[in-house]
Design a protein around this ligand. Sequence first.
Ligand SMILES: [Zn+2]
Length: 373
Amino acid sequence: MAAMTKWERVRAALAGQEVDRVPAGFWGHDYLREWTPQGLAEATLERLRQYDWDFIKVNPRATYYAEAWGNQHQPSGDVAHGPIMIDYALKAADDLERIAALDVHRGPFGEQIQALRSIAGALGSEVPFVQTVFSPLMVVGLLAGGDLAAVRRHMREDGEALHRALSAVSETLAAYARACLDAGAGGIFFATVDWGTYDNATKEQYEEFGRPYDLPVLAAVAEAKLNVLHVCRKNNMLESLLDYPVHVFNWAAEQSGNPSLADILKKTDKAVMGGVAVPTMRGGTPERVAAEVAEALAQTEGRRFLLAAGCSIPPLTPEANLRAALAALPAVPVKCRRQTKPTKPTKPTKPTKPTKPTKPTKPTKATKATKKD
Ligand SMILES: [Zn+2]
């Protein structure tokens, strides 16, 4: 088949249609350059061009949402380490009252939109890219300085104030997600991060404080072509979030308590994104990376499948491992199921035996004509 454009390849993979090869993309932080819109755009484009990915997940610093509501963070100055927290906004229940909806065209959100415009300007419609958007509950967790126990305490003791704060964050993120599309993103990469795991929240807590605030954000970008749900951590809740309106699910399938790629493909008609474990990308051999890609291809048959890592890859991930992941993808078309395994032509139905000619019924004895005349 003719070579596809990157958008065609991604769209076909999402729809379970034939692809010329499985689309691939890996992402990670650039802790030194992610602090300015120009730096983030440059780092994103540079990585894309280095590996010629089929799609790109923009990887902003994780703290930008919280900075918009008053957290203070600063660069570590180290290529391998993320931002350092100086101060955080949510220290007591009273602080929940101060979390109000924001104008997404200003401050840290405005800077992200500026970065997306630069990326879109450079790529045109050539490569699908998505912007990371954390879930409202995750943003509140960041505002609490990452103290998840404090957030759970607010769930128990300050439910009403927490609901109001989550509502303001959700409204802001919905407007922001919309603005990301307007800036040229193909969709969002919606990440539950700390909260999409039974290690940190019960199903009931997520149903009350997670889901009702997640859905408006996804609804705001319903017409996007590539929305991803990323469910981080082990013991994840992915299986209870499969009804979220996205095109593809991404998670660390190898972590304990998590479903495999094959498990999820059986339960949804959406696509799956993943295949290589982050520790393998960072510290494994190229042969090990290739073996994990092969296993992912075996589980998915290369259908409804986009190759990636289960989460962002560390900055010092060896180039040889990224190259090995790409090289392990067969450069042959993956046909859609119907074309690969044509259903057996149904046997022509046996001609039904001609029914025995029914014996001519004996002519009934002609009744004696009675001469009446
Ligand atoms: Zn993750």
